[in-house]
Design a protein around this ligand. Structure first.
Ligand code: NAD
Length: 326
């Protein structure tokens, strides 16, 4: 078990997503020391205590409430703080408020984090907020990651698994682009054991729509989403802590890949101890290329609407280490 070897994970934001993420990391013993930080101290304390009460029945990991000083020595700092979507509300509507929250959290965490820490953003709209976090962080962009479409790809694989009667873990399919309404399914590379998924266009559209609107459906039904995003964040943490070199559709700084630069969006990335090690360029068909370009233009407009429009000169890029093909 990795718990005795892996260090601290700090989660900033102990709401539905933060608490569920802590619980998932705790049950899976991802790190011996899991810390919840929230502007609402009581909430962080209550969530941590509720988990601590099960310590005798759980594994070797511990969860506690803490503060920004706990970011010192953390392997991963996850940000889930900020306003969440209300029923019918888009992720984009959260931008202004959450942009300010993310900037202030990154500034506070940077007072303590070491150079090795990977910053993982889940707060929505996640692509733009990961980019804002990167602008304010004092670390290479490869160490500032958005959870991106890891969750959407999982939703897609579940939908396809149900459709074809196959374990979702054995469905290979990716959602790329924005974590939001302009995301796209890469149908040209979707397969099970190398067998392409034979689906009429109408059914593809229906599955893509169910994937895209999955969050809205859950929010209408229970008020928020939390379990599947917690599993997604746990998967990204595992890839970092275990240096898995896992291929995950996280949101990353496209530094020339797919013909785009200075923009965070999701494409398959190799994720390991240093964060995003490489961006994989999928060979997209013409329709997919157009859809990705559209998604990128949506994100470009959004980030350009935020001040400051230019990246500070001290942002470190990873041109030497991120390659754009296998
Ligand atoms: P929530 O309202 O339950 O929790 C948010 C928490 O953030 C609250 O406890 C609040 O006190 C805290 N907070 C606010 N400002 C803070 C600050 N400055 N410092 C520290 N803590 C602060 O919301 P939630 O349901 O947990 O959702 C959190 C975010 O995650 C939302 O933006 C939501 O849209 C996003 N989300 C992302 C994904 C994804 O796939 N990326 C999935 C689900 C939810």
């Amino acid at each position: 078990m990795t718990a005795t070897r892996t260090p601290r994970i700090v989660i900033i934001g102990a709401g539905a997503v933060g608490a569920d993420t802590a619980y998932t990391l705790y049950l899976r013993e991802r790190a011996p020391d899991i810390v919840l930080v929230d502007i609402d101290d009581q909430r962080a304390r209550g969530e941590a205590l509720d988990m601590q009460h099960g310590q005798a029945l759980a594994g070797g990991a511990r969860v506690r409430a803490g503060n920004y000083a706990d970011c010192a020595g953390a392997a991963i700092v996850i940000i889930t703080a900020g306003a969440a979507q209300k029923p019918g509300q888009s992720r984009e509507a959260l931008l202004e408020r959450n942009g300010e929250i993310i900037a202030s959290i990154v500034a506070a965490a940077e007072q303590h984090m070491g150079p090795e820490t990977v910053l993982l953003i889940a707060t929505n709209p996640v692509d733009t907020l990961a980019q804002i976090a990167a602008r304010h962080a004092r670390r290479p962009t490869r160490r500032v990651i958005g959870s991106g479409t890891v969750l959407d790809s999982a939703r897609l694989r579940w939908e396809l698994g149900e459709k074809f009667g196959v374990d979702a873990r054995h469905v290979h399919a990716h959602v790329i682009g924005e974590h939001g309404d302009s995301e796209l399914v890469v149908w040209s590379h979707a397969h099970v054991a190398g067998a392409p998924l034979a689906l009429p266009v109408l059914q593809r559209e229906e599955i893509a729509r169910a994937t895209r609107e999955g969050a809205y459906e859950v929010i209408r039904a229970k008020g928020h989403t939390s379990h599947a995003i917690a599993l997604s964040l746990d998967r990204i943490c595992a890839a970092i802590l275990n240096d898995d070199h896992a291929v995950l559709t996280v949101s990353t700084d496209l530094d020339g890949a797919y013909g785009m630069s200075d923009l965070y969006l999701s494409v398959p990335c190799v994720v390991g101890r240093t964060g995003v090690e490489r961006v994989i360029e999928m060979e997209l068909d013409a329709a997919e290329r157009a859809a990705l370009a559209h998604s990128a233009s949506v994100l470009r407009q959004r980030i350009d609407s935020i001040e400051p429009a230019a990246w500070p000169s001290d942002v470190t890029r990873d041109n030497d280490t991120i390659r754009t093909s296998l």
